[in-house]
Structures are given as C-alpha cells and as structure tokens.
Write a protein that binds this ligand. Structure first.
Ligand code: GLN
Ligand code: ZN
Length: 756
C-alpha cells in the first residue's frame, strides 16, 4: 500500500535551522551558509522518508519562517513598505516575518496568528486594493528541482488559493471574492510551471475547508478550483485537507476534477461517515489521514487496520494511500534524540521519524499481511502502560455537583470581599511575573545543575522577592505579587512539581519562525505530592501588610500546553490537574494567602474549529475544570484569573461561568469593543482589562493610561474595574517596567481623585 505525508518538520532534530537563522540575523554567518544548512536539513528529511519507503514525499514543505508567508511572497502579496526597503529577496522575506530596523528603514512585522487548532503561528497576509496577485516567486519550483537533482520525485505542497484568501487580512474595500480570478490564474501558472518541469503530483493544502463554511464560501472555493483544474495539464492535483472533516463541502469537493483528495480520519469526526454515506469517486485517489500528525504516541495498528478495512468498502484498495492526518510539523523530530528516559517510556512514543516508520509498517501489514509487525505493536496496548493511581481515581469518582459550585454565589462573595479587603476604587495590581533578569535565569540554571546549593538558591530568590515587594510598596500598588522568579515557565514549573508528568530533552516543536516549545508529557495520573508554591507566597506575604496574590496556573492551560494522554479523555486529565491545583488553593488559603490568581492564559487555544463542537467537546469540561479548582475556597478568598487575549466575545458567558471573582486580560491593543460585549451579557466578574501593552518596550505616559481607564469607565461599572498591565512582565527590562508601573499607579490615583 502506498504511503504519504503532508509535510515534515523543518527546524532540524537539533534545531539547526533556528540556530543558523539566528546567527544569520546577527550577521555571524553568510546567506550561503544559511542556505547550506537549509539544504542539508531538506535532504535529511528526504532520506528519512526514503528509508521508510514513503511513496509521496513532499517538497516545498520546507520554509525559512512560515509557509503562509512563503505563499504571500509567491503570489506577490508583499506590502509596499517592505518592497520599499529595497532589500534582497530573503532579507525582504525576513523583514516581513520579523520587522526591520536598520539603515534602510524601520518597519514592523506582519501580524501573526494561531494556525487552526495548533500551537503553530502563521504570518497574516496583508492585501489592499492595489495588491496585484500573480505568480512571481519560484520557491516551490526551485525546491522541486533540487529534490529531483538529489534523486527524489516529490509532490510539491503549496497552501491552496482558497485558504490563502480566507486567512488574508483585507485593508481596503476589496474582499476575497475580488481576488478570486487573480488567485486562480496564479495557480494555473503554478501548474503550468510544474508541467514544464515534468512533475507528476502537486498538492494544494486547504485546511480552511474543515471549518464552518457558508454557501458563498463554497461557491468561491468551487469557482477558483474549476478554473485551476481546467488548466492542470498532465500534472495530477491533490486537494489536501486536515485538522477536521469537510462536512460542509464534501460533495462539491468530490465533484471537482481533483486526482486525489486528502481527508483526515483522525480529527475529522465525520470523515468516515461522509465517505460511507456519499461514497468516494472511483477515479480519484484517497489520501487517508490515519496516523495522527499531532500527538506523540504510537499508532494502534489494529485499530488503524480496522479503520482502513472500513474505508475499503467505499474505495478500491489500489486507490487508497495511507497518510498522516496533518503535517508532521506539529510533532518533534525523533525519539532517538531522547537519551535519558527509559525505554519503557520511549517505546510508547512516535515522533516524526517514527511516524514515517509507522506508515511503512502499516503498509506492510495491510498489503503483505505482516502479522509479526501487528503483534509487536499490539503488545504496547495490551499491558498496563502505567500503574493506575487509585487514590486519584477514587477522588475523581467521588466528585459531585458541589465540587463544581462555589458558595455563596458571586454577589454575596463580592460584598464579603469588599469589606474584608477594603481596597480603593480602581485597585492596582500586576499579572504576576516581574522582569527575569540574567541573574535570575543564571541562579535557576545553576541550582538545577547542582552548581549552587539549595540554601544559596533560596536566599537569592528570597532577596529577589523582597526587592520586588519593596518596589511594589514604593510604587504603591494595592495588591502585590511575589514576582515568579522561581519559574522558568508557567506550565513547566507545575509539571515539574506534579506527579504524572515526564520531560523530554529534545522534543521541540516549532511555534513560530525560529521559536520552538518543548511541552511536558502527561504520562500518568496527575497528583500533587506536596505544596508547590506555598513557601514562596507565604514568605512574600510575610514582608508586607498588603494582600499578596498566590499565583497558580489553571488546569486547562497546563493541559493545553502539554502533550496530553490519549488513553483517558482530556476532561479526565483536566480534572486530575484541577484537583491538584485545588489542593494548592486550599493550602495557600490555610497559610494566610487571601487572594489567589489561577491563570488560564491558554483557555481559548483548544476551542474546536467548528462552533457546533465548542460546548460539547470543550467548554463544558474546560469551564468545569476551572470551577473545580476554587469551589471549596472560602467566601472571603478572592479568586483571580488571567487570560492573554481579549478575543473572547463569543464565549463571554462561559468565561463568566468560570465564576472567578476578578479576571484580568489583554485589552490595550484592541479597540475595547470587548467592554461593550461585557456590558451586553451583564458580565458579573470584576475586570482588569490591561491598560497598557507589555509586549512592547515602550513606556506609556500617565495621560495615555488615564485615557485608557476613562474609556473603560465609560463602559464598565467603576466598582468592578481593576487597573493592571495586560500580561506578565517577565520578558521586559527592569527600567522600562518600573517607569511604566509608576505611570500606571499614578494614572489610577489621578482618576480616583476625579471620581471623588
Ligand atoms: N502569571 C503569569 C505571568 O505573569 C501569566 C503569564 C501569561 O499570562 N502568559 O507571567
Ligand atoms: Zn498573559
């Protein structure tokens, strides 16, 4: 049976591309040196695929920064401000990706957005009325030729015209429809080139097809592809979808003249149903996404074979190609890089290289009936992978309604807390972290490596906390924080404290550009062996009479930024983590911490792509997991939460249902329409819509902040409004932080005076 992948990771098993690019940016290596690194990485990816006999090896899945940006450049959607810099092509490309500041000018980067339901971010194409879409680039052709020279006949993979248009930002009056003809023509030209090059297959990625589409969308899609496909020549064209099913347009897709269609049977809840109900066109190849391209776990061959047998009822065997469900961009390189974890862990992992092997083995099992491979794989799933933590499950099974409902209800608590804390109007606070200066990072690292003793480390941290408390008192903040100096990362810190987590050495996944993340792995049942934050918070509280916020990360965010288990549901994992954090809340409370912030920075991140699935598949348990964390907190304990964005208009009621007492979020960069929305749903939770943007080193003036607060007051009850920055200050320098915070407090005081 033939096999295919949609894309291979490109950053390198040792993040070679990242390091080479960063050197190039610092002018430490030449463009040719950077190109050589890239070429080598591409060839290594080809070799890895060849070693597993992958039949459809992709090219053009490589990118120096991002495939969407590549497509914008390919199609001439380069805003004038970048062209005007007069840079060489790759430098112009990097200017779009990262901004440019130098002798040729000063321009900001394009905006960046989350790529569907992944943690990857793409660059948002800007299109204005003067943008002339046409084929101008040559990257796909060059990479195809290079691969051919190296001995590989590849299918070039290019982001399709419909997804390209749907994800672009339109700055003028023209909209996607107005560019449909130009886009179709450009792709016709792409296929013309591939015809000239003698390519056999080209794949167009159209992941947007798995989202909610209306009639006009589908018409736009069809019109673009009718034109493209009428001019395809001898090249066979594959339409590739992933991250879900294409329920809104399955029949339209099947009716078009594609030679192959790629469907996702892993995340696509309805894919099998679509195929079985409507059939699959006899004259097309089905690229069946059956090996999960996002998780890190071994494929269960028996289940996959079973799935393929079902598919065979609707599609001839020889027309089925088995594939990953999405690009392998979203998984780490190879388990072989992990030298510290025991084999008993590693045998359950499949990263990109191992997934190639899985495709190969599945192919053999299906066409050659290789039972040996099947049986070896079965062993991974028959024994107990982990020892069940009976205590954890007993607690989970004993959960009842009252574990999710905090009493008394909000209005009553609000009264009690107002009396207890007696805070001024517009209370001031920060989100938690203070600048992580080099000395902080060095001490953490040295402690981990046993270079300094625990005592030395603790003393250093205590000094930092004391300085931080003193600074906040001097600045005259109302609710203080300890500064989070002991934390490298808001999820990793808790992962390391919790039982059930394991950590890899090199399981990096590209997040954007040269940035990678290394999520911890939920291996077993999660529990808390001992208090995780109490000591630091209690020490910080001992230094001041003002309330000190305890600082925790919420269960949904911890889970969303980890590699989750798949043998239990996400809901179950979230509840396990929730129970552990709930214990921490009660311990903090018991030790005199009366305000506790539970960050849910990533709550929105895993919201399903289709609205119909939001509640049932996600929000129902995600909100419950948060409620679990604080349901047993005393009425006079104030629970805060924080989110790193303000795009939650569409889930406001759910956010309110988290039943926190205060929520802080990012609002400084948005137009404050969120405040209208809060009013409209009668949002009960007190709010701190960040008054300035911490993502920039700029120091906001007092007037600016006063202005922001006043705008907020127009739309929000004064008794419910908090004044704070829009996120943690960890990545900022000390000087600009102090200056900004000073202005923040002064602005709050000034407005308070005016309100008297
Ligand atoms: N409390 C965390 C901090 O201040 C929150 C970080 C975040 O929102 N990403 O760093
Ligand atoms: Zn934040």
């Amino acid at each position: 049976m033939k096999t295919s992948i949609i894309g291979h990771p490109r950053i390198g098993a040792d993040r070679e591309l990242k390091f080479a690019e960063e050197k190039y940016f610092r002018k430490e290596i030449s463009l040719d040196q950077l190109k050589a690194v890239a070429l080598d990485l591409r060839n290594k990816a080809f070799e890895a695929q060849k070693a597993q006999n992958i039949s459809f090896i992709p090219s053009n899945d490589f990118s120096y920064y991002d495939n969407m940006l590549d497509t914008a450049v390919l199609l001439n959607a380069v805003p004038a401000r970048y062209k005007n810099l007069g840079l060489d092509s790759l430098d112009e490309y990097f200017a779009m990706a990262r901004g440019y500041q130098g002798e040729k000018g000063d321009v900001k980067a394009l905006a960046m957005k989350k790529w569907f339901n992944t943690n990857y971010h793409y660059m948002v194409t800007e299109i204005d009325d003067s943008t002339e879409i046409k084929l101008v680039g040559n990257k796909p052709f060059e990479l195809y030729k290079q691969a051919k020279q190296a001995g590989y006949e590849t299918k070039s993979v290019i982001i399709g015209g419909f997804t390209f248009l749907k994800l672009a930002r339109y700055l003028g009056n023209k909209k996607a429809e107005d560019f449909a003809d130009a886009v179709a023509n450009a792709y016709v030209d792409v296929l013309k080139k591939f015809n000239e090059l003698g390519a056999e297959y080209v794949a167009f990625d159209e992941p947007i097809l798995v989202t909610d589409l209306n009639k006009q969308d589908i018409e736009l899609f069809s019109s673009i592809y009718k034109k493209i496909l009428a001019n395809k020549g001898n090249v066979k064209v594959i339409l590739q979808t992933y991250f879900g099913d294409i329920r809104d347009c399955y029949n339209e897709v099947c009716g078009l003249d594609f030679d192959g269609i790629g469907l996702d049977f892993v995340e696509g809840k309805k894919t099998l149903e679509l195929v079985s109900r409507n059939g699959f066109p006899k004259d097309k190849i089905l690229f069946a996404g059956v090996v999960n391209g996002k998780n890190i776990w071994r494929n269960n061959y028996a289940k996959t074979v079973d799935l393929i047998n079902k598919i065979k009822q609707y599609c001839d065997s020889e027309n089925i190609v088995i594939s990953t469900s999405c690009s392998l961009l979203h998984v780490p390189y190879t388990v072989k890089s992990e030298t510290k974890l025991d084999q008993s862990y590693l045998e359950h992992f499949a990263f990109a290289t191992e997934k190639l092997e899985e495709l190969c083995q599945l192919g053999k099992i299906i066409s050659e009936n290789n039972t040996q491979l099947l049986e070896a794989n079965q062993k991974l799933f028959t024994g107990d992978r982990i020892k069940k933590d009976e205590k954890v499950w007993a607690r989970m099974n004993a959960l009842t309604e009252k574990d999710f409902v905090r009493l008394p209800e909000f209005a009553e608590r609000e009264k009690i807390q107002r009396e207890k804390f007696n805070l001024p109007l517009l209370p001031t606070t920060t989100i938690g972290s203070f600048p992580q200066t080099t000395d902080v990072r060095e001490h953490r690292r040295d402690f981990k490596k046993n270079i300094i003793s625990e005592e030395e480390y603790n003393n250093f941290m205590k000094n930092k906390i004391a300085e931080c408390v003193k600074l906040q008192e001097e600045l005259d903040f109302d609710v203080l924080v300890h500064g989070e100096f002991e934390r490298n990362d808001m999820v990793e810190y808790f992962g390391e404290c919790l039982d059930g987590y394991i950590f890899t050495q090199k399981a990096w996944v590209q997040s954007y550009g040269t940035r990678c993340v290394k999520p911890p792995v939920v291996w077993g049942d999660i529990s808390r062996a001992k208090p995780m934050t109490v000591e630091w918070s209690v020490y910080a509280q001992s230094l001041t009479n003002r309330p000190m916020k305890g600082m925790l990360t919420g269960p949904v965010t911890i889970l969303n930024w980890s590699f989750p288990r798949e043998d239990i549901s996400l809901k179950e994992s979230a509840f396990q983590i929730g129970l552990a954090i709930a214990d921490e809340v009660l311990d903090l409370e018991k030790n005199g911490i009366k305000i506790i912030q539970v960050d849910e920075a990533a709550l929105r991140e895993k919201l399903p792509l289709r609205k119909a699935d939001w509640k049932s598949d996600y929000l129902d348990w995600a909100i419950e997991a948060f409620r679990l964390v604080h349901s047993h907190a005393a009425p006079d304990t104030q629970i805060h939460t924080h989110m790193c964005y303000s795009e939650f208009n569409d889930i406001l009621t759910d956010i309110d249902n988290m039943d926190a007492d205060v929520i802080t979020f990012e609002a400084s960069r948005s137009d404050l329409t969120i405040l209208d929305a809060l009013k409209a749903v009668n949002f009960k939770t007190q709010v701190g819509p960040g008054v300035y943007d911490i993502h920039s080193p700029r120091v906001p003036s007092v007037e600016e902040i006063v202005d922001a607060i006043k705008k907020m007051l127009d739309k929000c009850q004064q008794s419910k409004l908090w004044v704070n920055p829009d996120c943690g200050l960890k990545t900022r320098g000390e000087k600009e932080t102090v200056a900004s915070l000073k202005n923040l407090v002064q602005a709050a005081k000034q407005v308070r005076e005016e309100l008297k």
